[in-house]
Design a protein around this ligand. Structure first.
Ligand code: HEC
Length: 139
């Protein structure tokens, strides 16, 4: 399935010296994902430790939900979910947060379009764990 390999595609794009525009393979396009992430920026920062209404998303890829250091307003629902953020769980979260974790406190309706979610996931993974993080902080 295409989704399973898109992380590798992003990494290859980064290793090849392309710091922002990863190749588009129909799975996730980092640049389009960056544009889609604007809907998140009212409540989230990608800078480590910079919490807004929502927790900083730095380093959240591969981490357990509800564990960003220094964010004290997590709902019990999110903290108890025992979800680890990866492409599968984040896809569900962004499609419909309330369906994945009932009683969470992220006021976001969700993104119905699978392509937009795939773009956003490619961007989130890159910015969460890769060299893009520094760029996001400067932005
Ligand atoms: C209206 C504000 C708001 C918007 C818009 C928003 N979020 Fe959130 N987000 C939150 C809050 C608040 C939480 C904590 C929810 C809880 O504890 O139940 C959260 C939690 C999260 C988490 C879990 C973080 C962790 O540490 O476990 C992720 C991932 C996330 N949001 C991603 C996104 C993405 C991606 C977008 C854009 C598509 C987005 N959010 C849009 C407010 C928002």
């Amino acid at each position: 399935m295409a989704l399973a390999s898109f992380g590798r595609i992003v990494l290859l794009g980064l290793a090849g010296g392309v710091s922002f525009v990863a190749p588009s393979h129909g799975a996730g396009d980092v640049e389009r994902g960056a544009r889609a992430s604007r809907s998140c920026m009212a409540c989230h920062s990608f800078a480590p430790g910079r919490h807004l209404t929502g927790p900083s998303l730095a380093g959240m890829w591969g981490r357990r939900a509800g564990t960003a250091t220094g964010f004290g307003r997590y709902s019990d629902a999110l903290k108890r979910s025992e979800i680890v953020w990866n492409e599968k769980t984040l896809d569900g979260w962004l499609r419909n947060p309330a369906a994945l974790i009932p009683d969470n406190t992220m006021l976001f309706d969700g993104i119905p379009d699978p392509g937009t979610r795939a773009d956003l996931l490619a961007y989130l993974q890159a910015v969460s764990e890769g060299p893009l993080r520094r760029r996001a902080r400067a932005a």
